[in-house]
Design a binder for this molecule. Structure first.
Ligand SMILES: C[S@@+](CC[C@H](N)C(=O)[O-])C[C@H]1O[C@@H](n2cnc3c(N)ncnc32)[C@H](O)[C@@H]1O
Length: 281
């Protein structure tokens, strides 16, 4: 039974980092004329109302996008992300948060493709409404971890797989790594972006070391924490593990992450990581 609803979390500090990295990868893919394909294995509803009961119950957007909305001193990648979010808000009013499917759709060109998977029946209904009919976009109401494998390698031979699970079960950590290894065997030149939360650091250490031993090369990690690791807060940090990242992503994140740490960290307790887990061959 799936109980996770991203509406409680939309726009939090984890979404900020995840969506900045996502946009950077897409910008890079769009620099070449050749078409690309994006697979979003855990798509969510696509768009979230920031004044909904869900969003207002937790006000998680206060840890993230709300602190960036009015600023005029954002680093370029952060400004790009906030400006894209403002496109979904008439008169730049702080009302809606665009999730990964809608952000990706903004960057698709006529020949690019987007495959979205969403398992929750309510979320997939909302996703279909949000995405409207678009020949470039396919939505599947199935398990994205299992069924995206069949799409690899994509005909375009260029692309990104975004894996953004809700980690409702501890086994999700092992499953995502297993799937990533299978995906990489089919499409070794693709870019993969795996989102992870830090709730219990030991689980992250296992995830990282399993990937390091997997045989996959060229793996970068980008993490933002807003409070020190602890066992009572829930998610204290989160990150993106990127395989075959664009060449300039590390340099970009070396500027963006210290800025986000300073801006979103609570009482000076922010922290970040920019690390190479495995070098390029
Ligand atoms: C973190 S949310 C996705 C947020 C979205 N990627 C974004 O950035 O806006 C995770 C979503 O995955 C869905 N989900 C959970 N397990 C899934 C699976 N095996 N296949 C596809 N979707 C799944 C959940 O219902 C939830 O909507």
């Amino acid at each position: 039974m799936l109980s996770y609803r991203h509406a409680f979390h939309a726009g939090n500090f984890a979404d900020v980092l995840k969506h900045i990295v996502l946009l950077e990868v897409l910008d890079y893919l769009a620099q070449k004329e050749k078409p690309f394909c994006v697979i979003d294995t855990h798509a969510g509803a696509g768009k979230y109302a920031l004044d909904s009961d869900y969003a207002l119950k937790t006000r998680e957007f206060d840890t993230g996008i709300a602190q960036l909305w009015q600023r005029d001193d954002l680093p370029p990648s952060v400004a790009n992300y906030v400006n894209l979010q403002k496109r979904f808000n008439a008169n730049a009013q702080f009302k809606h948060y665009a999730g990964s499917p809608l952000l990706i759709k903004q960057l698709l060109r006529a020949k690019d493709k987007l495959h979205l998977f969403e398992l929750h029946s309510t979320e997939v209904g909302l996703l279909k409404t949000t995405m409207k009919n678009d020949k470039r976009v396919q939505i599947e109401h199935t398990d994205g971890l299992k069924n995206s494998l069949a799409l690899l390698p994509p005909i375009e031979r260029r692309g990104l797989v975004l894996i953004d699970p809700s980690y409702e079960m501890k086994s999700d950590y092992a499953n995502v790594v297993k799937t990533l290894i299978q995906m990489h065997k089919r499409f070794a030149t693709g870019t993969y972006a795996l989102w992870y939360p830090v709730i219990d650091r030991a689980r992250n250490q296992t995830l990282e070391s399993t990937l390091q031993k997997s045989g996959i090369t060229n793996i970068q990690l980008f993490e933002l924490g807003i409070v020190a690791d602890n066992s009572v807060r829930g998610m204290t940090a989160s990150g993106m593990i990127v395989i075959n990242a664009p060449w300039n992503l590390v340099t970009t994140m070396q500027t963006v992450l210290p800025w986000l740490t300073e801006t979103l960290g609570e009482n000076g307790a922010g922290h970040f990581r920019v690390e190479t887990l495995v070098t390029e061959k």
